[in-house]
Design a protein around this ligand. Sequence first.
Ligand code: KIV
Ligand code: ZN
Length: 530
Amino acid sequence: MDSDNVVRIFDTTLRDGEQSPGATLSSAEKLEIARQLARLGVDIIEAGFPAASPDDMAAVQRIAREVGTADGPIICGLARVVDSDIRASWEGVREAAKPRIHTFLGTSDIHLQYQTGLTRAEGLEAVRKGVSLARSLCEDVEFSPMDAGRTDKAYLVEVCALAIQCGATTLNIPDTVGYVTPEEWQETISSLIAETPGGGPGSGVIWSVHCHNDLGLATANTLAGVLGGARQVEVTLNGIGERAGNTSLEEVVMAIRTRPQFYHVTTNIESRELIKTSRMVSNYTGLAVQANKAIVGRNAFAHEAGIHQDGVLKEASTYEIMVPEDVGLASSELVLGKHSGRHALRARLRELGYEIDDEELRQVFARFKDLADAKKTVTDADLEALVHDQVQGVQEFFHLVDIQVSCGTMGLPTATVKLACEDGSVVVQPAVGTGPVDACYKAIDAVVEAPNTLLEYSVHSVTEGIDAVGEVTVRISPEGEDRSFGGYGADDDIIVASVRAYLAALNRMLAVTGAGGRTPEGRVATVSLQ
Ligand code: KIV
Ligand code: ZN
């Protein structure tokens, strides 16, 4: 296939995806996800919004240095059409072998009037200045007329033509509020390509679409954009993002792959990495994937009805339009046993794509040994769950030392937790709850003293069987606030996994709200770590 038939996959999980409520990622997690995105074969990683905060800047710079190698993806940083944002974006990505600045301005009358307070003429001037500055710094410049779905068509053509004239090489057309429908979007994209001076076939300009899912149409609209001539799509893993989210990478990629005679395009994605990438993003963001989510949901390839099972056993294509192995759903293999050593574990983790440092290896190895004792068969999926739990890279204001729970039909569910605090002390705290998890969370709350609301708690098993590793994701929000923080925990004991997830979310919350590391005076029992 020639390059006109390759749809570039622009992944914005680390930028638009991270804007999902509760999806704050540590820079260690961002780097791991970026490495995995490179293995997945995305063409462009939007690594963040460098002007937003020093943390964002540092994460983008690190990804640019470590993932943006010559044979790796383009690394992109977002910027408003504002001088300081554009310079910050360049500072973020400049060390990548293939850097890109992505700059944007809201161009609908609603955005111009209420957000930036610019007239249409002033909007054009801002685009001229912003794109020209970006192009003076970087060869590869993308421009987005934000809220293009509700922008006057003639004005949209004018803005796009100006951006191309000032040096933009990719024109990304966003449906920022998820408003458009597939038929009209295909027409919008094809007419823009045809009517924008300097943007037609042979101009070298790549047209792109960026759709949000407010009406559940993001994937359909993105594919309609491809039919209209777009050769870049902006997507996130699991479709995470603002409000109802962005277009889901896995859905677009597998639609293109499953229906080549219809779309006549291809992508550079290694589809067998999809499940793994989806799990990593879900575990690190604390945003659980719904069971029936297309491609990556737990039930996406499960057949329940007898007639379906019978059909699939006779001939898989009766009810399967995709091969589960093609998305990375190979049955989990036994990889290591309880006699396996540290080197074998490191080697297997490397094969799975995890580069962890010596201290992380020591911790993962200790937990692997416990798991191998309890479970006998340790699979790749189990190992990944342990690594995701261990390598969250969040500052630990409170760390789980031990936990003991008593529950059942007689008596009150009671938990005693032993937590190591940031100041070096260890606190032992009992509590009674409505169930064992509630008792644990109450005991932790009594130590941490950071009032919050538990918004979401979900548990599921990594593999099948009674001895499976359990994964827990939780989302909490500080009392009286809208923002939320996610946490992930994995263990063969789901109470322990629940505690790990809750502590991860609390530590994340404390890192942002700055209220962590309280002194343990006055607790039930205090033991010095020294
Ligand atoms: O949704 C949107 O319009 C965006 C732009 C910044 C591209 O995310
Ligand atoms: Zn967006």
